[in-house]
Ligand binder design. Sequence first.
Ligand code: SF4
Length: 461
Amino acid sequence: MPKVYIRTYGCQMNERDSEQVARMFTEAGYTVTSNENDAAVILINTCSVRDQAEQKALGKMNNMMHQGRARENVVYGFMGCMAQSRGDQLFKVLPRLDVVVGTQKYHRVLEYVDAILQRRLEARMDDPSHSLRGANVCDIAEEEGSQNTICDHLAKPREAAVFVSIMQGCNMRCSFCIVPDTRGKERSRPIRDIIAEVRHLADHGVKEVTLLGQIVNLYGRNEFARIDGKSPFVQLLEAVHEVTGIERIRFTSPHPIGYRDDLITAFTYLPKLCPHIHFPLQSGSDRILREMRRPYHSARFIEICEKMQAARPGLAITTDLIVGFPGESEEDFRATLDIVERLQFDNAFVFRYSKRHNTPAADMPGQLGEATKEHRNQRLLEVVNRIAIAKNAALVGTRQQVLCEGPSKTNAARLTGRTPHNKIVIFDGDPARCVGQLLDIQIEESGGFSLFGSLGSNGVR
Ligand code: SF4
């Protein structure tokens, strides 16, 4: 059977969607290969959040398409966010492209690719000189219920931590963000379907689930009722907490407007909720937050963080920050620095603002030069890194529970895993005994952003 190569750019949601597409191909008899030179089908799952991610995907596809005449029969496809936002324009940029499939149509990729391969086979049988390239497919339409088509996750052998997509899309329309265009309106899967998936994962040895959504804590707000003052998201957390075998629950990414008291209180009575939240702030300046169309003030963000730290002492908080948003003054930027110092984030993803087409911020006055953006980026990173390094250093000498995920990415001879606070720990151990297990690890050293430790004699719980 043909081999399919899938390359993924972007967020965990994309990783998750690619896994599902790979699974559909495998079930149809294809083999998934990690060698692009070997593949009859090459698919790239794309990201539009930054221009750089789009350029990378276009460049990679272009390179793969021009690796010689022998590859004339390969089917090339783009999936995901860039496919959604650029649609059939992509055929003009890359004329050898065969398939463009948007974010609500992942479940149809196999059908489109299969049809093309079949058509080519038949055409070649009739006329061996027939050109292998021909009609292409572009499907970026909205599809009702598409949030339910990417589900039924099958755990890989000894996979311990898994992402579960609970909703798609976002109605918020932040002025810098292309997601509402690429992922569409908010649509949530029913709790019973998600729980069935989580139970299945737990039955296959999964111990940690991360619930995924672009605006995850507003899950179900348009579809499902509040019950006893609890939002659908808190109802879902309670239901996942009940699943035997699941020992850790995380979620990403929440929005401050969905961080109400019911969610904060959930951290006091649901011990499986990990003591770490990724909580995007974006800017410390209220003026810039308003321009970003983020409907909260920095004071409200601080209040939520402080309530969360009271609900779960020792909570780790990470965040997303944008520097160089149009009109950002030195004073606005300093407000971001101040809040980072005040809240002592465990870490932060710092993004230099870059224009995304069809977003309001792209046309705002006061666009900043690259030198200013870069300078602020460096200044902010210095503060963020200093705090992150100090927080990691403070863990040296402690024992941490680590869920072992497999070989370390930087040294395959060692193992890696995460603490409940989402700190990466690297250690030595027997993969056959450790992978997929919760281990007690003595932290011996901090490498700045990773911790190094060793397995105690009673290491495997
Ligand atoms: S809430 Fe997040 S996904 Fe939605 S528009 Fe804002 S940044 Fe984009």
